[in-house]
Design a protein around this ligand. Structure first.
Ligand SMILES: Nc1nc2c(c(=O)[nH]1)N[C@H]1C(S)=C(S)[C@@H](COP(=O)(O)OP(=O)(O)OC[C@H]3O[C@@H](n4cnc5c(=O)[nH]c(N)nc54)[C@H](O)[C@@H]3O)O[C@H]1N2
Ligand SMILES: Nc1nc2c(c(=O)[nH]1)N[C@H]1C(S)=C(S)[C@@H](COP(=O)(O)OP(=O)(O)OC[C@H]3O[C@@H](n4cnc5c(=O)[nH]c(N)nc54)[C@H](O)[C@@H]3O)O[C@H]1N2
Ligand code: SF4
Ligand SMILES: [Mo]
Length: 744
């Protein structure tokens, strides 16, 4: 019998509570943790198999340096010295735009971002690239305009809603809200509630829905425009809400008049009466809406997000009970980086801008391969595996091979690590203090700090400490007085006083704060991540303090310390705050405090959205007659986080799903090997004939193509995606990749 620890899952944004049994420094058994107030004893088969993520043959133990075509073990001192001196010389010679930090994202470990972003800023750069900008960029950008800040995202108030309308989200497999399958099944089974799913495939979520609209792939914008037109024409809109809580609708309203609704719905491959009924239900019931990658990574991604806000607003469903609500947060997922602000950088080769602080990974290869004098030359990658995760593996390989410096801090020898000049071994989410800042709950705000439950069996460091050491070598940390180090060992109160004194006399202290905390308090605590959390809580903004007071924390100067102690005392996680459910509109941060429905930059695309233009755009090239859904989030993948494929042994996991009619016309049969060809490349894969597929639409899950112990597991779908197949925000159009399929 080993020791049982309360912790959380690091494999998706839900971070369900887990009870993990560790024996001889290995995870031997995992159970869901009933005492976690967010997940309440829910977990999925990924969480159950977390040991395959933690223990695998590719784990890194020591810093490595590439020498010719292989790696040589070096000391931490040598690694940090060499990396810092190369960074200094590259940034010194070519300027701060030559450096990018690709990190801070991830599913389980966000505390490194406090350090990585400081290192990036210390070098003078604004280039943070992360996964956020390959999925949510369009939606977050729209939130910036409609809600006033790019980090204000609305989610369905699932507990109170009577009707959940789902677009391009397969929560039964992908989750994305706490205990998603439980919640979806509850809505589907309750005769007084409804689940409506708009998805080309008969997804696992569509299967249990009250109504499934099997939309033609890529036509959601047309459908949304039609639904809004129907609602306005029938007079089902909420006029009082529009008057009191929105602005700008007068400027866009006319675009929905005289729209050929019947023809549009026909182009979507749907039935007019059914769409009219769904529109009526959504407009007249206590409804909410959840959309995801089927929309985010689809055609008209940004426009769809805009249309969804308009749909919600005309029906009065935003910031309303049982509708879509804005969650509270302990820390926003990123800053509001409005590209109209001249201080916000654009990239040199593709003129791309960040959304919520993050630049789009899709443009990075061009930014590296450009011949602009300020092109990207040095990249630090953490918490990401661009060589299998991001679009166009082949182009990424070309780009990364031509960098002057590529440093990857990783748990395992990933595809990205294998191409790097330096590989730095990092502790896993079970070997370090760490957490995420995903605001997924409402009205409560949940927080859990995971603690080390496994001893690192090498020289692995916390990711934040790796950034700290590089920053220190670069001279980015001002001198710290001995008294501050000493105070860190005395008490938090003594430390807080000493820190305040120091910050008043040292002008550089504020900007280097995470590093200073890490070097002093982090040393005393044995974790730089934990020290950063303590620091964040001491300077929590007023809005968070109010939310914390609502859960019973005492407002005042000791609030941060009190919350910190509660977090430490409760490894299962706690409610750290509660947003005011009576006044969700208070979260809207536009100038007039109303939901702004007029986005000039999207009006041309909205005007041009009609049946004639769409029918023309939807005609497939004869070379590529099928639509590939490049990536599917299912119970047998976890992005690229599972290194040991044994967790899927005996399962049919990476196939090309195709409708029986398409298979028949191509004379293909289930189980045979086929070749899928796109503009980016080709991959061989096993065919799975499935009537869950939509005609003309084929599906490959992402995250495969891993080579483990010399054997390749499945096809890497990102060999089939082109980095330039993206929208105006840099988001890949992974859900609409033209392809053809041939027998081998
Ligand atoms: N098991 C598992 N769970 C995961 C992950 C994982 O790798 N594995 N990854 C996590 C991450 S990082 C994310 S972002 C989420 C993603 O979670 P989801 O967004 O739910 O993932 P997808 O599988 O892309 O599902 C989207 C749905 O959109 C549909 N779709 C495709 N094209 C269209 C279209 O044109 N219109 C409409 N309306 N629908 C369309 C698809 O058929 C699919 O059912 O999953 C998270 N959860
Ligand atoms: N074609 C296609 N591609 C896709 C998708 C798709 O639908 N289609 N889905 C995409 C989506 S939604 C997402 S979010 C991305 C995610 O893609 P990525 O951002 O690459 O994230 P992951 O695959 O989750 O994890 C990447 C690496 O982080 C490392 N890691 C995890 N925790 C830690 C840590 O604490 N420290 C360090 N140093 N490393 C750590 C893991 O070992 C892993 O190698 O993939 C995307 N890729
Ligand atoms: S993968 Fe996601 S849903 Fe599954 S146990 Fe982990 S956190 Fe929970
Ligand atoms: Mo994602």
């Amino acid at each position: 019998m080993g020791t049982i620890h309360k912790t959380g899952c690091v494999l998706c944004a839900q971070n369900c509570g887990l009870e993990v049994e560790a024996e001889n420094n290995r995870i031997v058994k995992v159970k869901p943790d009933k005492s976690n107030v967010k997940s309440e004893g829910y977990f999925c088969r990924k969480g159950m198999n977390i040991a395959y993520h933690q223990h695998n043959a590719d784990r890194l133990k020591y810093p490595l340096k590439r020498v010719a075509e292989s790696f040589e073990r070096i000391s931490w001192d040598q690694a940090i010295d060499e990396i810092a001196s190369k960074l200094k010389s590259i940034v010194g010679q070519y300027g701060p735009r030559s450096f990018a930090y690709m990190g801070g994202g991830g599913q389980g470990c966000h505390l490194e971002a406090a350090f990585g972003l400081r290192l990036m800023r210390g070098l003078g750069s604004q280039y943070q690239y992360s996964a956020l900008a390959q999925e949510f960029a369009g939606a977050f950008w729209v939130c910036g305009r409609t809600h006033g800040r790019q980090y204000l995202h609305d989610q369905p108030d699932v507990n109170q809603t009577d009707l959940l309308l789902v677009m391009g989200w397969n929560g039964m497999q992908s989750h994305q809200i706490p205990q998603a399958p439980r919640q979806l099944q509850r809505l589907a089974k309750d005769p007084d509630k409804m689940l409506i799913v708009i998805d080309p495939r008969l997804s696992e979520t569509a299967k249990i829905a009250d109504i499934h609209l099997p939309i033609r792939p890529g036509t959601d914008a047309l459908l949304l425009k039609a639904m809004i037109s129907i609602i306005l024409k029938e007079g089902w809109e909420n006029k009082a809400y529009l008057e009191n809580h929105t602005s700008g609708f007068e400027q866009v309203k006319s675009l929905f008049h005289d729209f050929d609704v019947r023809a549009a719905i026909k182009t979507c491959g749907l039935d007019f009466d059914q769409v009219r009924e769904v529109s009526r239900l959504y407009a007249t019931r206590k409804s909410s809406l959840r959309y995801d990658l089927g929309i985010f990574m689809g055609r008209h991604s940004g426009l769809n997000s805009y249309l969804i806000v308009i749909l919600q607003a005309i029906c009065g469903r935003l910031c309303a009970e049982g509708g879509n609500v804005i969650n509270g947060h302990m820390m926003p997922m990123g800053p509001h980086t409005d590209e109209r602000n001249p201080k916000i950088w654009r990239t040199v080769a593709t003129n791309s801008f960040p959304v919520c602080g993050s630049f789009p990974p899709n443009v990075m290869p061009e930014e590296i391969l450009s011949n602009h004098p300020e092109r990207l030359r040095a990249v630090i990658v953490t918490n990401a595996n661009p060589l299998r995760s991001y679009a166009d593996t082949t182009e990424y390989e070309n780009a990364f091979r031509s960098l002057d410096l590529l440093v990857t801090a990783e748990l395992a020898m990933t595809e990205t690590a294998a191409l790097s000049h330096y590989v730095l071994p990092s502790r896993t989410g079970y070997e370090s203090w760490d957490s995420t800042f995903f605001p997924m709950t409402y009205p409560g705000i949940h927080f859990q700090m995971r603690r080390p439950i496994i001893e690192p069996d090498g020289e692995q460091m916390e990711l934040g400490e790796i950034h700290l050491r590089i920053a220190d070598k670069l001279g980015l940390i001002p001198p710290i007085p001995e008294s501050l180090y000493k105070a860190a060992y005395e008490s938090h109160a003594a430390f807080a006083n000493a820190l305040m004194e120091y910050a008043m006399t040292e002008p550089k202290a504020l900007k280097a704060m995470p590093f200073i905390l890490g070097k002093t308090l982090g040393k005393a605590m044995g974790s730089v991540h934990l020290a950063a959390l303590w620091g964040m809580l001491q300077v929590a903004p007023k809005s968070f303090q109010e939310n914390a007071a609502r859960t019973g924390f005492k407002p005042g100067p000791t609030l941060g310390e009190e919350i910190f102690q509660q977090i430490i005392d409760h490894p299962e996680g706690i409610w750290v705050g509660k947003i005011d459910p009576e006044n969700n509109f208070a979260e809207i941060k536009t100038e007039d405090k109303k939901i702004n429905l007029h986005i000039p930059e999207l009006l041309d695309e909205l005007k041009a959205l009609d049946v004639a233009n769409e029918e023309a755009a939807l005609v497939m090239d004869t070379k590529f007659p099928l639509i590939l859904m490049a990536g599917r989030h299912m119970s047998t993948n976890a992005n690229t986080l599972m290194r040991d494929p044994a967790w899927n042994e005996g399962k049919r996991v990476c196939t090309l799903a195709m409708h029986p009619n398409d298979a028949a016309s191509l004379k293909l049969t289930d189980g045979q090997q086929v070749r899928v060809i796109t503009e980016a490349g080709s991959e061989e894969i096993e065919l799975e004939v499935s009537d869950t597929a939509h005609i003309g639409h084929v599906v490959i899950p992402h995250g495969f193509g891993l080579v483990y112990n010399g054997r390749k597991y499945g096809a890497n779908v990102n060999r089939l995606t082109k980095n330039t197949h993206r929208d105006q925000f840099g988001t890949p159009i992974h859900r609409y990749v033209p392809c053809r399929v041939e027998a081998i």
